[in-house]
Design a protein around this ligand. Structure first.
Ligand code: TXA
Ligand code: MG
Length: 304
């Protein structure tokens, strides 16, 4: 989606008001947290989340961190056991992300979790992100605000250098004080595991037991349980066809061939096909341009 120019404006009341209006209109906005600048969008709006991926040019759909104002808001989206609640009480607001089971219905778009039954939640301390959460009243999905494969931005200038022309607005509040991404801890089934080291020091026991997994590699990706065939224009007997553009399916990702709409619907469509009585799934061709690259990446993993 072409965005002509990216404006940078200071974090103040007027800046927050404009950023909130853009977010509620489904646009991504760059905003500082105390770790790094994030590219935030309404987590309840699948197309807004798809625009994060489009702006970052990410070649795959990794699950995103959802930012919320406080623990009560987090508990409306995720399920917290005693261990998770204790960590939240000790470190929130702050540079800690907890991966917990998703509460259903959570209201969060399935593209945010990339179809997984868990969700990464964080209560940030930075006043800009907190103000944006208050002004929008929405949970905000936000990865680091950089083009895929580049280092995370700790100043508005870094975001501009990376995403100029790809997003409408950057809120500038100077350099972030932590400078590295949040510590990520998985907390479910009474167990804690360090998933990504970061600014919060965690007990040794937690590190030894779980071992550290590389970011991005940590997730067992969602895949349907049924065989899946790609680039199909005509379904065979008993196949559930997921259509796209001119190929009309049992369900269709986007009748008009809109990749933002298709990305937003992808995981829900896979879950629906998986839950149906059809024994096999087929998917229409999706062009490998823009977001189509990430859609094809995910479909290929699902088919493998
Ligand atoms: O400091 C930070 O954490 C920044 C600020 C903006 O909050 N965000 C950030 O997001 O670093 P990102 O998208 O660059 O990294 C999120 C990490 C990814 O490695 C992803 O795999 C992991 O969190 N993640 C998200 N949801 C997950 C889940 N359900 N299970 C396992 N890992 C998950
Ligand atoms: Mg990142």
């Amino acid at each position: 989606m072409p965005v002509p120019a990216t404006r940078v404006r200071p974090f103040d009341d007027a800046g927050i008001a404009e950023a909130a209006a853009l977010i509620l209109a489904g646009q991504p906005v760059a905003v500082p947290t105390e770790t790094v600048y994030g590219l935030a969008a309404d987590a309840t709006n699948g197309e807004a989340v798809a625009r994060i991926y489009a702006a970052k040019g990410r070649p795959s759909f990794n699950p995103l961190i959802v930012h919320v104002p406080d623990l009560a808001a987090a508990e409306r989206i995720g399920i917290f056991d005693t261990g998770a609640r204790a960590l939240a009480a000790e470190h929130w607001p702050g540079p800690l992300t907890l991966v917990v089971p998703l509460r259903e219905p959570s209201g969060v778009a399935s593209l945010v979790t990339a179809g997984l039954p868990t969700i990464a939640l964080r209560v940030p301390a930075h006043p800009a992100m907190q103000a944006l959460l208050q002004a929008t009243g929405r949970p905000l999905a936000a990865p680091s605000a950089n083009v895929s494969g580049r280092i995370s931005p700790t100043r508005a200038e870094h975001v501009l250098a990376s995403l100029d022309g790809r997003i409408p607005l950057i809120l500038d509040a100077g350099a972030t004080d932590r400078g590295i991404e949040s510590t990520i801890i998985g907390a479910s089934g009474g167990q804690l595991r360090l998933l990504r080291p970061g600014p919060i020091e965690v007990p040794d026991a937690l590190q030894v037991e779980g071992g550290i997994e590389a970011p991005g590699m940590m997730t067992s990706h969602y895949a349907p349980s049924k065989p899946l065939r790609l680039n199909v224009t005509t379904a065979e007997n008993n196949e559930w066809l997921i259509g796209f553009g001119p190929v009309e399916g049992t369900s269709t990702l986007s009748v008009t061939g809109d990749l933002v709409e298709a990305a937003a619907k992808l995981f829900a469509a896979l879950h629906e096909a998986d839950a149906s009585s059809a024994p096999r799934i087929a998917v229409a061709p999706v062009p490998r341009v823009g977001l189509g690259a990430a859609i094809n990446d995910r479909l290929q993993r699902a088919a493998a």
